[in-house]
Design a protein around this ligand. Structure first.
Ligand code: EPZ
Length: 429
């Protein structure tokens, strides 16, 4: 199993190209199930999760081709992939595949909309919490689906097709908003979703669906209206920049000090997190090339954050911000409200010398003057990268084990950090 070795102490200076967003690319790829035409996605990041979803979609009959070699000058612009679901050959998403990647459960929406039936394995728990699927079930039932649970599978059917309706989410869910939006695109009549997720990835999916011929308005606000159409066509769509990758590198620069431009991204995607970083002492400005993050000389100020659905502080940046706060000049409090078990990085950060105590969903982080490198490991993607951020300032050597977590969501991490002066290398095997 690969590991990442970091020698801490170098400031970051230079340019980091930001990849297409993993959490936009996944639902966009799933949307290809809605049409027998070709959906072309540009700026698709090269990540383990994307490769895994390609395999999962292949099981339903989705063919794909990756556009060929590009000029070196375009090497960082992501891949263009063509997805074609000419015929859906299988409406079952088996446990072996769904359990490997939770987002693959989302195929239930397009399969039900297009084939009027789907049999999708329940995903089960995961490292960051129980993550139930009740909101998906309730929402799809409101659109007329009958749903049974049989031997670990959700068996959904909509004889005669889904029918538009009004549904108010009792709790904000990104995935359930994606799924209802996709399902309602091919339902008869109008669907109104209230208390919808407002994440930029939801708006990106809606833009792509609209390019495919859907009639969706309000995506990016908490009320989304969808007028169902009888069929969707192919389209060409560019995946938006990854705001979590953006925030992660911004926090890395705030941690090490330096001056880095995060190329191809902008501040609208993560304003709350950038405000917190600014309060902590980083200077952040939008430039024509991307987002410039600078921290020179001054220390890191303690800042309290509470995770919330967009536009709040993202749960996917909580671990990285905690890593930053371990070196602040005081005490900060970090509260996690989205997932009940997303503090597994705490014990690993402690191995590097961080002083963190947990009380329920709140972490109290007392800044320390130094961290010292050690071998660490993490059980999820964002936790792993928080250890990389800590390793960048820890004295001596930090080895992050289980790099496959990082590979799920960070494209060429060691290369991107290395190009800005960090001593980071991958050790294979
Ligand atoms: C998406 O997961 C992201 N994944 C997650 O990113 C992200 O942490 C999360 O949204 C929150 O922003 C992708 O986009 C692929 P939710 P999702 O449904 O859609 C509860 C990463 O590191 N809930 O918005 O699965 C749920 O348990 C990943 O890239 C129900 O109770 O998250 C959670 O507490 C990790 N019932 C809350 O809602 C349901 O039926 C929000 O989850 C569905 C969700």
């Amino acid at each position: 199993m690969d590991r990442i070795r970091i020698r801490g102490g170098n400031a970051l200076n230079g340019t980091i190209p930001i990849s297409g967003a993993k959490n936009a690319a996944l639902p966009l790829m799933i949307a290809s199930l809605l049409t027998d035409d070709t959906l072309t996605l540009e700026n698709v990041p090269h990540l383990a999760d994307v490769e895994q979803l390609i395999r999962i979609l292949g099981n339903h009959g989705v063919d794909y081709t990756v556009s060929g070699k590009r000029l070196a000058t375009q090497a960082t612009s992501g891949r263009t992939i063509h997805f074609t679901a000419r015929t859906i050959v299988d409406t079952t998403a088996p446990y072996e595949l769904v359990s490997k990647m939770r987002a693959s459960f989302w195929v239930i929406g397009p399969l039900l909309a297009r084939c009027h039936k789907a049999r999708v394995s329940l995903p089960g728990g995961c490292a960051i919490g129980t993550r139930p699927v009740d909101l998906f079930i309730d929402g799809l039932k409101v659109l007329g689906a009958t749903i049974d649970i049989d031997a670990g599978y959700i068996v959904a059917e909509a004889k005669g097709g889904l029918v538009g309706n009004r549904y108010t989410f009792p709790k904000v869910s990104v995935g359930a908003t994606h799924v209802l939006m996709m399902a309602a695109s091919l339902a008869k009549g109008q669907t109104v979703i209230e208390n919808a997720a407002r994440e930029p990835e939801v708006a990106d999916l809606a833009a792509c669906l609209n390019a495919m011929g859907a009639k969706i308005s309000g995506a990016g606000t908490s009320t989304i209206t969808i007028d169902g159409v009888t069929a969707l066509s192919g389209a060409r769509h560019r995946v938006l920049p990854d705001r979590i990758e953006t925030g992660t590198y911004a926090m890395a620069v705030a941690m090490t000090g330096g001056d880095v431009t995060l190329e191809g991204t902008h501040s609208d995607l993560l304003q709350t997190a950038l405000t917190a970083l600014g309060d902590a002492g980083a200077e952040i400005t939008d430039t024509p090339n991307g987002l410039r993050v600078v921290r020179n000389g001054n220390g890191i100020r303690p800042v309290d954050v509470v995770t919330d659905p967009f536009p709040g502080f993202p749960t996917d940046l909580q671990a990285q911000f905690m890593a930053l706060m371990t070196r602040s000049d005081g005490v900060s409090h970090i509260t996690e409200t989205i997932f009940e078990n997303r503090f597994m990085h705490v014990q690993e950060l402690a191995r590097l010398g961080a002083k963190i105590s947990l009380s329920g969903q709140m972490a109290r982080v007392e800044g320390v003057p130094r961290l010292v490198g050690a071998p660490v490991m993490a059980t999820d993607l964002r936790a792993s990268v928080s250890l990389v951020i800590a390793g960048l300032v820890a004295e001596g050597e930090t080895v992050v084990n289980r790099v496959y977590h990082l590979d799920r969501g960070f494209e060429r991490l060691e290369e991107k950090l290395g190009a800005c002066g960090a001593e980071v290398e991958r050790i294979s095997g």
